[in-house]
Structure formats: C-alpha cells, structure tokens
Design a binder for this molecule. Structure first.
Ligand code: PGA
Length: 252
C-alpha cells in the first residue's frame, strides 16, 4: 500500500526563531495525537539543522525546499544535497513551479538535482503542474507528462520508488482557487496511468501522489477521499500548527 502523506512547504516564510517555535508546537501536538499519515515539514535551509535537533522524525519528517544541481565547489550561495542530508533532513522538494518560474529551473537542471538528491539518500517530493493558460487550452496532461519525462522517467524503477509526486496546478497555488476534487482526481489518475506505462502497475500503485494548491482543512477531506489522491503538499496552511493539523486530521 502506498503511503499517505501531508507535507508542509514553508517557502520563504518564518525567521529562525518563529520556525523553531512552529516546529516545536507541531512536534508536541503530533507526538501526543499521532497522525494517521506520514507528515513532513519542508523548511528554509537555515532552519534544518536546528529543527533536526528536537524533531521526532518517527512522527514528522524534515525536508528542504530545494538543493543545488552541482555536487560541490565554487557555486556561491548554493546548498548541496549532501549538505541538506548532513543536517538530518530526509526529504527535498524539487521542481516546485516557483523554482521553475522565478529561477528558471529547466527539466535538465531538475534531472541533475533529482540524481544528486537520490545519491545522497534524500527522498524527493517532485512537483509538476500546469499553468492557467495550459489548463484553459486543455494541455494539462501533456504538460505533466513532459515534466515527468524531462526529469524523473530516466530513473530506474528502484530509484523512481523513492520519488513522491506532487501535482500542483499553478493556478491553484496561493490563489485560494483549489482544483475541484474531480479535476484533481482525473489528472492524478492520468499521472498514475503514465507511471504504469513506464514502470508497470506495481510501481504506479505504490507511488504517492500528493495534491497541492490552496489545500486547507475545509477541502482536504473531499480531496483525500479520492482514490488517486494520497495527501497534500501544503503552502499557506502549513504556517500555523492548528491549520496544518486540521489537514493532517483529514486522514482520521
Ligand atoms: P498553497 O501552496 O497551499 O499556499 O497554495 C502550495 C504549494 O505551493 O506547495
């Protein structure tokens, strides 16, 4: 059975003190009231080492939001997959539409990042999803297929098994405009079908596919009830413990 996961993506929010306070609050709450799904928080790089000190990683996994496409060396300002791993983090988000859009991360760059993350034993949350324009032109299937082919369908079946997919329609991210549960299910089922075409039914059945884009406690139960939606990647609603816990509780 594939794993159900609720992952938070803090983005560029929370200074170190506020981030530690939020992680501590989540740690206490979820250690007392154990979740019915995997929980991950992905934080800015600078938070990772401090949060790893106290986080009960049996209950909450820790991840970065990005890593470099180079192994090491003269790349001022970059943070490598090995550095992320050395903090105690176990996950990394790659291919987020904000990285693709604002920082020009191409499929080729992301392919390198994925390889380096896996080489360093990080689990990858790999994001895909279409823009509003592409959705209106009914090109969403084409877009997500190309994104998978461009950066992760080169992997062996064994390595692909370490990838969590996050489908995040760009038009739903931070906009308050969620995809309907039917819209999300339709494309999640399509994503699972192309994984099956590439790696076979077993691998496809075992792949966790998260939905992201204005997911909150009020709409999570309906989204998570769909057979091909295995949880969520949560931006805005992961910044307050109560909001995030509300989404996690959708699995109860
Ligand atoms: P949102 O962001 O929940 O704020 O829409 C989701 C994401 O970008 O991962």
């Amino acid at each position: 059975m594939r794993k159900k996961i609720v992952a938070g993506n803090w983005k560029m929010n929370m200074n170190l003190q506020d981030g530690i306070a939020l992680a501590k609050e989540l740690n206490e709450t979820l250690t007392q009231d154990k979740p019915n799904c995997g929980v991950v928080i992905c934080t800015p790089f600078i938070h990772l080492a401090s949060i790893a000190q106290f986080l009960n990683q049996d209950v909450i996994g820790l991840g970065a939001e990005n890593c470099a496409d180079k192994e090491k060396g003269a790349y001022t300002g970059e943070v490598s997959a090995e550095m992320v791993k050395s903090t105690g983090a176990q996950y990394v988000i790659l291919g987020h539409s904000e990285r693709r859009g604002y920082y020009n991360e191409t499929p080729e760059i992301l392919k390198e990042k994925v390889l380096l993350a896996l080489k360093n034993d990080l689990k990858v949350i790999f994001c895909i999803g279409e823009s509003l324009e592409e959705r209106e032109a009914n090109k969403q299937n084409e877009v997500v297929k190309a994104e998978l082919e461009g950066s992760v369908f080169n992997l062996s079946a064994e390595d692909f098994g370490k990838i969590i997919i996050a489908y995040e329609p760009i038009w739903a991210i931070g906009t308050g405009k969620t995809a309907t549960s039917d819209q999300a299910e339709e494309i999640h089922a399509y994503i699972r079908s192309i994984i099956a075409d590439k790696y076979g039914k077993q691998v496809a059945d075992d792949t966790t596919i998260l939905y992201g884009g204005s997911c909150k406690a009020s709409n999570a139960p309906e989204l998570f009830a769909k057979p091909d939606i295995d949880g969520g990647l949560i931006g805005g609603a992961s910044l307050k413990a109560a909001d995030f816990k509300g989404i996690i509780d959708a699995w109860k």
